[in-house]
Design a binder for this molecule. Sequence first.
Ligand code: CP
Length: 293
Amino acid sequence: KGELLTLETMSTVEISTILEEAAQFAQGVQWRPNKELFIANLFFEPSTRTRYSFEVAEKMLGLHVLSFSEESSSVQKGESLLDTVKTFEAIGANALVIRHPENDYFQEIRERLSIPIINAGDGSGHHPTQSLLDLLTIQQEFSSFSGLNVVIVGDLRHSRVARSNAEVLTRLGAKVKIAGPKEWMKGFDTAYQHIPLDDALNESDVVMLLRIQHERHEGSMEWSKEIYHQQYGLTIEREKRMKKEAIILHPAPVNRGVELASELVDCERSRIFKQMKNGVAVRRAVVKRALSN
Ligand code: CP
């Protein structure tokens, strides 16, 4: 029914179709449904990029957008997620965009709804639209994923972006390696080679940095920000050792001076703001798909 929960169950053909549609939107193609439609954005976790790029995408598609805020909703009176989403269905939403702190939150509600859910991030589980916009950004640069060397660096254990990207990039033919503190590689180090960032720099076409998710860490971080940056971050000195055509990705928000030097956030190699721009095109394609099924 047009839902998008994870990329793991989506074929590479279907992924390519969404990327093609997104690329066309990025080049100025327009599409609008031929009837009045409503979409609700339900964010139970903070968001800037995902929330507002969905909203821009939805408005570009001519949809009526219902913006839900947990703090001023009946969730404060104890209403469950199921009753919240069923309420939006009852009042006329044609699709739901949901971000929620619980992994797989969608499993308990998807069978109880007849409208599609687009997952805008579930706990440390999945972030499919972030992966799609990362894929679009990589594709614009290198045309093909086959044989590309990608290193994913940092707080992988807590990262839904890393989980979605490592799986799909591998399936599309890229060679994915991981770098960062060993104790943050749990869940990844059996499937992907863990190497020092310094070794990865010589061979990587894409250096994908991840935000340190302080909100998902128990207790304080083991390192100071300065020590983390020197040991595991993309310093100005390390950037100079990247391959000539290699690019830097980061889903953002960025901890400047930690995952990468502040000066590198919008350096020539950085595609961080391009990723955000591509997010609108990808979300237009994903919302169109949800409403067309
Ligand atoms: N990349 C990303 O998901 O950013 P937000 O948390 O701001 O939506």
